[in-house]
Design a protein around this ligand. Structure first.
Ligand SMILES: Nc1nc2c(ncn2[C@@H]2O[C@H](COP(=O)(O)OP(=O)(O)O)[C@@H](O)[C@H]2O)c(=O)[nH]1
Ligand SMILES: [Mg+2]
Length: 443
């Protein structure tokens, strides 16, 4: 869905090729191009303004990095900004409460009922949760059957309503039944337009079920009108997150780039089709990568930066030796390795450390596996990388799926991390840090 925006932005970067220094003039010309790209993608005007202001600030603030062209630096700045407007971090739902109650709201036809069933499927298969679904839609003739059928695909239980139940009755009774489940997903009726009665009903339901998450479902194809509707729901219901549907369509993507920034809410999931498993966890970083289609340039800039900035290397090296080497550091190290060439190269500079090269190879630290390890690490949350002991089997499976690697590889990475930690201690004993810094060639 971001094809057009992708093409335009890539065109902007392309036009900067060969530019050696960025003048005030050329910068404002380029920013104007970016502005047009965003507006054409149907990004909301206030969000476009925010993005441009921050881009300008970052560009002017960015130290000129020797070895990178303005085009490369600019690409990285735009990438980082897109990650930011998409919500920065992947938001992971918490299921500490039992049952965890999630209320779905939004206009009619946006994909609420479908998303309830998809999320039920996701939670059952990826999170191993027991799920009850319920629908307060008593208005549309087939609404209850629709959810029941789709929930059936997910093998989730559906709360059965009896005749004459009001939406409020359904809320009360479904809540009672949900005591035996990990999660209650509560679907509501929508109207084709904003409507006081609909809002009041949703408020009544929220008051009864006291949801932990109130999710607004928005159709990415509907463009900017979704934003004011979302805002109206937010004002009344205190939304906690967004599900964007129809990202498989040919929408221009503006809603995705506007909704999180406008409401200050995370996009939790993206609907990417009509089938039960067409629901993806929304990763801002990966989405930005997809939009720009050029993660390589981003790391290229980082590579040059690291080669120029020995402080950065020193910081990481110090961390390596600190004994608190967690998976976030491992990820940072993988990034460093990509920039620096390889671990071997670093070790070569350290007297007496040559032998460790093989051991690192044994521990899986060769260039081929690094790519996969990075994918696995990126599929974890920051917290999980901080404390890998948190990782239960179900999460490991999910991480494996997210990274497109077998679970055994996730397990192996965790073991390798333990090994590395030990190895770091060994290096410290050899007085490696100072030796490393002294022998580092001037780059
Ligand atoms: N292509 C596509 N269609 C979707 C998606 N989500 C929902 N739909 C379709 O949109 C239509 C309306 O969905 P529904 O869940 O009934 O919307 P509700 O009125 O908000 O409950 C159905 O035909 C769904 O199959 C999606 O992510 N992609
Ligand atoms: Mg529905």
């Amino acid at each position: 869905m971001f094809e057009k925006l992708s093409q335009r932005l890539l065109g902007v970067f392309e036009s900067m090729r060969g530019v050696q220094t960025l003048t005030e003039d050329s910068l404002s010309k380029i920013l104007r191009e970016v502005r047009i790209s965003l507006l054409e993608a149907d990004v909301a005007l206030p969000v476009v303004r925010t993005i441009l202001a921050r881009l300008k600030e970052s560009i002017l603030g960015e130290k000129a990095v020797k070895g990178t062209s303005p085009s490369e630096t600019f690409t990285k700045v735009v990438h980082d900004e897109i990650v930011r407007v998409l919500g920065q971090e992947t938001k992971v739902l918490s299921f500490e409460k039992k049952p965890t109650i999630i209320l779905f709201v939004g206009l009619q036809g946006v994909g609420k009922t479908t998303s309830v069933a998809k999320l039920a499927h996701h939670l059952k298969t990826k999170e191993n949760k027991s799920v009850l679904v319920a629908s307060a839609d008593i208005y549309r003739a087939a609404a209850q059957e629709q959810l029941e059928t789709m929930a059936g695909y997910a093998h989730a239980e559906m709360f059965k309503i009896s005749e004459k139940m009001t939406p409020q009755d359904i809320a009360k009774n479904a809540l009672k039944e949900a005591k035996n489940y990990d999660v209650l997903l509560f679907d509501t009726a929508g109207r084709t337009h904003l409507d006081d009665a609909m809002m009041q009903e949703a408020k009544d339901i929220a008051k009864i079920i006291q949801p932990h998450e109130t999710v607004f479902v928005a159709d990415a194809m509907q463009g900017q009108s979704s934003l004011s509707i979302a805002q109206a729901f937010h004002d009344k219901l205190n939304l906690t997150g967004i599900i964007l549907t129809r990202l498989d369509g040919d929408a221009r993507g503006g809603v995705a780039l506007s909704v999180s920034e406008t409401l200050g809410l995370p996009i939790l999931f993206a609907g990417v089709g009509e089938k039960i498993d067409d629901l993806d966890v929304f990763h801002p970083e990966r989405m930005a990568g997809r939009i720009l289609g050029m993660g390589d340039v981003v790391s290229l800039v980082e590579k040059a930066q690291s080669q120029m900035d020995m402080n950065q290397v020193q910081n990481l090296t110090e961390k390596m030796f600190s004994g608190n080497f967690d998976l976030n550091d491992m990820l940072a190290q993988i990034n460093q390795m990509k920039k620096m060439g390889s671990m071997k190269k670093i070790l070569k500079f350290m007297p007496g450390m040559g032998g460790l090269t093989e051991k690192l190879q044994d521990a899986g630290m060769n260039d081929n596996t690094v790519k996969y390890q990075e994918a696995i690490l990126l599929s974890m949350t920051h917290k999980e990388r901080e404390n890998p002991d948190l990782l239960l089997m179900s999460r490991k499976e999910r991480i494996a799926k997210g990274a497109g690697r077998p679970v055994a590889e996730v397990e192996k990475l965790l073991k390798n991390h333990q090994k590395m930690k030990k190895m770091m201690a060994k290096m410290q004993d050899a007085g490696g840090l100072e030796a490393l810094m002294q022998n580092m060639p001037k780059m």
